[in-house]
Design a protein around this ligand. Structure first.
Ligand code: ZN
Length: 305
C-alpha cells in the first residue's frame, strides 16, 4: 500500500534520557538553531501545497510563552521543542494553520512524527492544569512529559484512550463494512469503539462487533496501531474472523452494514456507490491490507476513522 499508516511515520529520536537533564534542556533552549513548533488548538503553522506540507518552526526566542515540551533531537544534533501557545503567522503566502487531519498525509516523515507528538502533548497540557486528586495547580516536569501537583506531590502522566478498530472477515474472506449513523450516505468503514475499563483490547473487539452488528467473532489478531491525538486516542487495529454472518445493526450507532468481496468493493468504489475513509486513517490501511492493493477511486478528505 502506498501510504502505510500516516501518523506512525517519524524520523526524530525522542531522546527520553534528556528529559530530566535540566542543564542540557537550558542549553538547548538557548541555542538559536533549536526548532520550536507552536501548537494552538491542535493546529500548527505549515506551508501547504496540493501535494506536500512543511511545518513552520520558530526559534526559541520567537516562541510564545506557554507550556514547553521536548520532542527530540535529530541526527544532526538539532533539538525540537513544542510549545502550546498562540501561533503568529509568517510572511509566506502558502502558510496557514492546519491540523493533523488537513496536513497529516502531506507532511514528511519527520514532520508527521513531530506534529503528532506535539499535538498529543499540547492537547493533554491544555486540560491537565489542575490535580485530579485535590484540584490544586500542577506544573510540568520531565521536559513536558508529566505534571506534578504542587500541593500533594502526585505525578500525572499524559492520558491516552485506547480504541479498537477492526476489519472483520467471514469464512469466504468477505469484509464487513458499515456506515455510522452520523456519516453521509455511501460513506462506509470498518467498525471501531473504545476499550472499556477492565477489558482487554481483544474483548473490546468482540464486544463492539457484536453490539453494532450482531456478529460473533472468534480469532482476533493484532494488525497495527496509530496515535490519534484528536484529542487523545490510540487506535489499535485488529483483524477478526466471524463465525456468524447474519447482520443485525444496532440502529443507534450503525445505520447499515454489509459484507463485501474484493470484487464487490472494487465495483462499488469505481461506480461511486461507496466512499472510503481518508488516507490518514488506520481504517483505510486495514481495508487496503485486506484488499491487497491501493483502493480504487478518490480518497475523500473528510475527517474520521
Ligand atoms: Zn493534588
Amino acid at each position: 500500500m502506498s501510504g502505510g499508516i500516516a501518523l506512525t511515520r517519524h524520523a526524530v529520536e525522542r531522546s527520553t534520557h534528556l528529559r530530566t537533564d535540566d542543564a542540557w534542556l537550558a542549553k538547548a533552549w538557548d541555542e538559536p538553531g533549536t526548532r520550536v513548533l507552536v501548537i494552538e488548538d491542535g493546529q500548527a503553522l505549515a506551508r501547504i501545497s496540493d501535494s506536500s506540507a512543511e511545518l513552520v518552526f520558530v526559534s526559541p526566542e520567537e516562541a510564545p510563552a506557554g507550556t514547553r515540551f521536548l520532542l527530540g533531537v535529530d541526527t544532526d544534533g538539532v533539538a525540537y521543542f513544542g510549545v502550546g501557545g498562540p501561533i503568529t503567522g509568517d510572511s509566506d503566502p502558502r502558510s496557514r494553520q492546519a491540523g493533523l487531519r488537513d496536513a497529516g498525509t502531506l507532511l514528511t516523515d519527520r514532520d508527521a512524527g513531530l506534529m503528532t507528538h506535539a499535538v498529543a502533548l499540547a492537547n493533554w497540557h491544555a486540560v491537565a492544569g489542575f490535580c485530579s486528586r485535590c484540584g490544586n495547580p500542577t506544573k510540568p516536569e520531565m521536559a513536558g512529559h508529566s505534571r506534578r501537583c504542587m500541593v500533594d506531590g502526585s505525578e500525572h502522566f499524559p492520558r491516552c484512550d485506547p480504541a479498537v478498530i477492526m476489519l472483520v472477515t467471514d469464512p469466504d474472506d468477505r469484509c464487513l463494512l458499515a456506515r455510522n449513523a452520523q456519516w453521509p450516505q455511501r460513506r462506509v468503514s470498518v467498525l471501531a469503539g473504545f476499550v472499556e475499563p477492565g477489558e482487554s483490547a481483544e474483548q473490546a473487539v468482540a464486544r463492539e462487533v457484536h453490539e453494532e452488528t450482531g456478529i460473533i467473532v472468534s480469532t482476533v489478531t493484532y494488525a497495527g496501531s496509530q496515535p490519534w491525538p484528536m484529542p487523545h486516542s490510540l487506535m489499535l487495529g485488529f483483524r477478526a474472523e466471524a463465525t456468524t454472518t447474519a447482520i443485525s445493526v444496532d440502529d443507534d450507532e450503525i445505520a447499515e452494514a454489509n459484507w463485501f468481496s474484493r470484487a464487490d468493493l472494487r465495483a462499488a468504489l469505481l461506480s461511486g456507490d461507496l466512499f472510503m475513509p481518508p488516507s490518514l486513517s488506520i481504517s483505510r490501511w486495514l481495508i487496503e491490507t485486506w484488499y491487497g492493493d491501493d483502493l480504487p477511486g478518490p480518497a475523500p478528505g473528510a475527517p474520521g476513522t
